[in-house]
Design a protein around this ligand. Structure first.
Ligand code: SF4
Length: 446
């Protein structure tokens, strides 16, 4: 962590924490908070109580960077002793933070747990030392998600170099965790009451390639650190297992029978970004040459209830009307269940910024609207087909008016929910079976 200014020490052992960004950043926040608790620091939600405030930033797109800069500014104004970490803590972005907020005490990059901790120790040296007899840290560590679900990060970084993305320059190349370490964490989370694990990384389909699929041990059994080995082991835990950030490579086929057998949730989050091969090539996307529509059709043959979520970008530099039409044809044929769409926006430092033929903003907007109109009709139609079906539902929250939950087809935060009005006697984390009685464009009702 760079320290442009000398730090003054404070007689306080409370730390404020602001966590921004994606589930991968959330897992980093959980690790830092767990370590702080282990070392005897208290976490406070109030600026005025905190001896120092840590801001875990997101640097994925310019809007996220601006949000991070504003959060840092608020923490500096309200408290004054601020440490910045996360995706904006590297390269040019670190310089921007320093220029706009010269009073920050230190800046570090993503997953820089030890740097953050050592600066906190310097700023707040006189903290309460934990007594293991009374200061119990839960085995699963500090979680920022509700008790019944958790993100499980299986690797850090990415070996791809998609032209619109700066993640590899922020988080580095792929570093996979050996399967034993992943499974031990998964088991601990299940013991602490987790009913759903969301498997995250930058590229889940590449799991283990950097460590040559090394053999590791879980429960005394040797297993390969690869995607199929991990999926098979996770399936033994008897809870909902949901895979995110999977690309349509042939070896992903091995997950589908496990989904068809009910051992993994029949759900794949697969960011495809475009449907025209020429655009995918210009993006340098992983699996750009794969026959994705054929693969999806094969998967649905084996597992008809498979839900596929994806994201797309419209208005990538050079995107012609014909390429955009190919994208519309692609989503029509793919019949994806859940889809997000973004207008292309250049990110500072991304290779795509030098590509010729930028698409004018008005045209990007028009394409986004055409895309969304087409996709919303597909998604709404798919939801309508669920009316009358019996669904397993994991309850997320309950109040006097009833409960809100999710089916296997809905990931938390990004997909729709199921409303269960009147079911006020349920508890978060309960599983129930219920018949769906109504649907709108996003949500279901019981
Ligand atoms: S796969 Fe592409 S978009 Fe995803 S993190 Fe890697 S480089 Fe970025």
């Amino acid at each position: 962590m760079t320290k442009p200014f000398s730090t003054t020490t404070v007689d306080n052992d409370r730390v404020g924490f602001i966590s921004l960004g994606c589930p991968k950043a959330l897992v980093d926040s959980e690790r830092i908070l767990t370590q702080l608790k282990i070392e005897g620091y208290e976490i406070t939600p109030h600026y005025e109580d905190a001896g120092v405030v840590i801001v875990n930033t997101c640097g994925f797109i310019d809007a996220a960077k601006e949000e991070s800069l504003e959060a840092i500014g608020e923490a500096v104004r309200e408290n004054g002793r601020v440490l910045v970490t996360g995706c904006m803590g590297r390269g040019d972005d670190a310089g921007h933070i320093r220029a706009r907020h010269p009073k920050v005490l230190g800046i570090s990059g993503p997953a820089a747990y030890e740097e953050v901790l050592s600066t906190v120790r310097e700023v707040l040296p006189r903290h309460h030392r934990p007594d293991p007899r009374i200061d119990l840290i839960p085995a699963q560590g500090v979680k920022l998600t509700p008790r019944h679900y958790a993100y499980l990060k299986i690797s850090e970084g990415c070996n791809h170099r998609c032209r619109f993305c700066i993640i590899p320059s922020i988080r580095g190349d792929l570093v996979s965790r050996p399967i034993g370490s992943v499974m031990n964490e998964a088991e601990g989370l299940v013991r602490s009451g987790v009913r759903e694990l969301l498997i995250v990384s930058q590229d889940t389909s590449a799991y283990g390639v950097d460590i040559k699929y090394q053999t590791d041990f879980w429960q005394g059994r040797p297993m390969k650190s690869n995607l199929a080995g991990l999926a098979t082991a996770l399936a033994e835990l008897g809870i909902w297992i949901r895979f995110h950030y999977v690309y349509p490579y042939p070896h992903v086929d091995q997950l589908i029978p496990l989904m068809a057998d009910g051992k993994l949730l029949p759900y794949i989050d697969m960011p495809l970004q475009h449907g025209a091969p020429s655009v995918l090539e210009r993006m340098k996307r992983p699996a750009a040459a794969e026959k994705t529509l054929d693969r999806i059709a094969q998967w649905r043959n084996i597992c008809p209830e498979l839900t596929i979520r994806s994201t797309f970008i419209v208005g990538y530099p050079g995107e012609t009307e014909a390429e955009f039409e190919t994208l519309l044809d692609f989503i029509e044929e793919a019949q994806l269940d859940r889809v997000g769409c973004f207008e292309y926006s250049p990110v500072k430092g991304a290779a795509a910024n030098t590509l010729p033929d930028p698409v004018p903003d008005a045209l990007k907007k028009e394409r986004w609207e055409r895309f969304m109109t087409r996709q919303q009709a597909i998604s709404a139609n798919k939801l309508r087909h669920k009316v009358g079906s019996l669904q397993s539902i994991l309850i997320d929250s309950v109040d006097d008016g009833g409960a809100i939950g999710r089916t296997p087809a809905d990931a938390p935060e990004i997909d729709g929910v199921v409303h269960l009005p009147g079911y006020a006697d349920l508890q978060a984390g309960d599983w129930v079976e219920a018949e769906i009685s109504a649907a709108d464009d996003y949500d279901l009702w019981v």
